[in-house]
Design a protein around this ligand. Structure first.
Ligand code: SF4
Length: 291
């Protein structure tokens, strides 16, 4: 295949064994972990967890990624659509509230083939960097129930510096608008699980509270009623060597952004301070990483 699945628009050839685009992913699905996961937001994980499928590779590859072994270095095992369908069935049998496809965009074709074989009877969650094309998202219309996109950078300079993507905000803002068009305002089951909707995640970066506040203002003005999960878990990882990103955020920075979110009246979720720890990085690519 010649791939144009994400905004990089490489047009590069991806064969079953090799990939020549920015993400360097082959056409074959690669997966680094399939296990219950309890640490997403309450309407995604509930009390029993989401069935989290961590796909290998990433179209964004942020310099500070906490999952660098899979996002930058493409660790993972090859999976066929039939094998993925079997894994999803095991996750549902284990009682998962939802199934989460995490950083899955380059693997879209295999995922749709797997869902043709087995459609889990729980909400399907598309957990993404937000760096998506509207064309690719249209293929998920009516398939995905809940979108969980990041909204990371406002300025072209930070998109370029952190992810070689100066068009990040242009792409992500159009993509998130399309996600909301498809899903509408959030809907919840009696147990609090989101059955349909979009929940935007924003990770506060050190020294960049101004960008954070601009992004929250954009959500409030453009997408009223859409909840935001404000994340404070940033810690320097993946050998990040960008000046200013070599420390966690301060309490003062967190409060500044949180207070802006509250002043805007944005619905959503605030993260506990204990989340800024490597303890929450899952184990990838080991025998115990797969259900
Ligand atoms: S998914 Fe990979 S190969 Fe396809 S356009 Fe994006 S970066 Fe390029």
């Amino acid at each position: 295949m010649h791939c144009t699945l994400c905004p990089r628009q490489c047009g590069a050839e991806r064969t079953p064994d090799a990939g020549h685009g920015f993400c360097r992913l082959p056409e074959t699905m690669l997966i680094a972990r399939i296990q219950p996961h309890l640490w997403e937001e309450p309407p995604i994980s509930g009390v029993r967890g989401t069935g989290a499928i961590f796909f290998s590779g990433c179209t964004l590859r942020c310099a500070y990624c906490q999952n660098g072994d899979i996002s930058h270095r493409n660790g993972g095992r090859p999976f066929t659509p039939a094998q993925l369908a079997d894994s999803m069935r095991r996750l549902v049998d284990a009682g998962m509230h939802t199934i989460s496809f995490i950083t899955a965009t380059p693997h879209l074709n295999g995922i749709l083939d797997a869902l043709d074989l087995y459609r889990p009877p729980v909400p399907l969650v598309w957990n993404t960097s937000g760096y998506e094309t509207v064309e690719t998202l249209r293929r998920l219309d009516g398939v995905i129930d809940v979108y969980l996109p990041d909204l990371k950078h406002r300025s072209e300079a930070m998109g370029r510096l952190c992810a070689k993507a100066p068009d990040y905000f242009a792409a992500a803002s159009a993509a998130i608008t399309e996600m909301v068009r498809q899903t509408g305002l959030p809907q919840y089951a009696p147990d609090g699980i989101m059955t349909r909707g979009t929940l935007i995640r924003h990770l506060i970066l050190p020294g960049l509270t101004g960008e954070s506040m601009q992004l929250l203002t954009w959500v409030a003005e453009t997408l009223p009623g859409i909840p935001v999960s404000l994340m404070r878990q940033y810690i320097p990882m993946n050998g990040v060597d960008i000046r200013g990103l070599d420390r966690p955020i301060t309490e003062r920075e967190y409060r500044r952004v949180r207070d802006h979110m509250l002043a805007l009246g944005l619905p959503g979720y605030l993260q506990e301070p204990e989340s800024a720890s490597t303890d929450f990085v899952p184990v990838f690519c080991q025998p115990e990483s797969y259900i």
